[in-house]
Design a binder for this molecule. Structure first.
Ligand SMILES: [Zn+2]
Length: 292
């Protein structure tokens, strides 16, 4: 498939006044059955082959938005995970956020706003860092961290079904450090960047709408984690409210096709961003940015 004139290793797209740079915090693996919910394995394994432990490979791709401020959306799993979890999730951070941020010409001290799609560990583990003394502190020393109020409530009051996803060390230290900003509703976070509620994956999961120069890009987080998830019934078993995911996705994919949204797929192992197209009633993704 053509790359639309973009270089295969290009990581930045200009959208009006904004620059969008796809970053990388490495790879991990999750159970393939859980990643595709009701879809039978003979179908999903054609799109995402399983390893000997039935796991499929996923990327972790935070997005850097350069606008009025320098903003990071999500931050991958980070480096706090213990050996047992590293094994369970096959966490591979050989190339991680520190490297890809450096390649973009920035250090952790440059980030001014850190925005969370939601507070699951594979999205916000990198929000905090354990220093050599064992203390956990904000990774981005000059940033305000922006979290949706209801998501903060859920993450800090987990139940049996979501407890393994909400690791308190990823976000509670932000409050202690006084760098947390809780935001209600579908707010504008900086000019051109606003959050939009989806529910589905978690009660207060949100995507990020990025608009400038008459064009729109969307960071869809776990609403559609990979390009294999654009079809309506391909919904994660992890989702707490799958019928919400279905309803949002059905409307959103139509909207994305009609308006040529550039979609950033946070967990796709290969395609960082692309356009959803439709031909003969079949939907597919035309890749624009690969790897990272
Ligand atoms: Zn995720």
């Amino acid at each position: 498939m053509g790359d639309g004139g973009w270089g295969m290793r290009k990581h930045t797209i200009h959208l009006g006044e904004l620059a969008l740079t796809t970053l990388m915090d490495g790879y991990f693996r999750l159970d393939g059955g859980a990643m595709f919910g009701v879809v039978p394995k003979p179908l999903w394994e054609k799109r995402a082959p399983a390893d000997e432990r039935n796991r499929i490979i996923l990327g972790m791709r935070p997005l850097l938005v350069t606008g009025l401020r320098l903003m990071l959306i999500d931050a991958g799993a980070g480096g706090k995970m213990d050996a047992k979890s590293v094994d369970i999730y096959a966490l591979d951070r050989t190339r991680n956020l520190t490297h890809s941020l450096a390649d973009s010409g920035h250090g952790v001290e440059d980030i001014e706003i850190v925005l969370a799609s939601h507070l699951h560990f594979d999205h916000v583990g990198g929000f905090t860092t354990r220093d050599p003394s064992g203390e956990i502190r904000p990774t981005f020393p000059n940033a305000r961290y922006v979290v949706r109020t209801e998501e903060w409530e859920d993450a800090t009051h987990p139940h049996e079904r979501n407890r393994a996803s909400y690791l308190q060390d990823d976000f509670v230290p932000l409050k202690a450090a006084g760098v947390l900003d809780l935001v209600d509703g579908d707010a504008e976070i900086m000019p051109g960047v606003r959050v939009r509620w989806t529910g589905g994956h978690a009660r207060s999961h949100q995507v990020v709408m990025i608009e400038s120069g008459g064009r729109t890009a969307v960071f869809v987080a776990d609403m559609m984690p990979t390009t294999a998830h654009i079809d309506e019934p391909w919904i994660m078993g992890y989702d707490l409210y799958p019928m919400e995911t279905l309803a949002f996705k059905r409307a959103f994919v139509r909207e994305a096709i009609d308006n040529e949204y550039l979609i950033f797929f946070e967990h796709d192992p290969r395609i960082a961003a692309g356009y959803i197209r439709e031909k003969d009633r079949r939907k597919y993704v035309e890749p624009v940015l690969f790897d990272s």
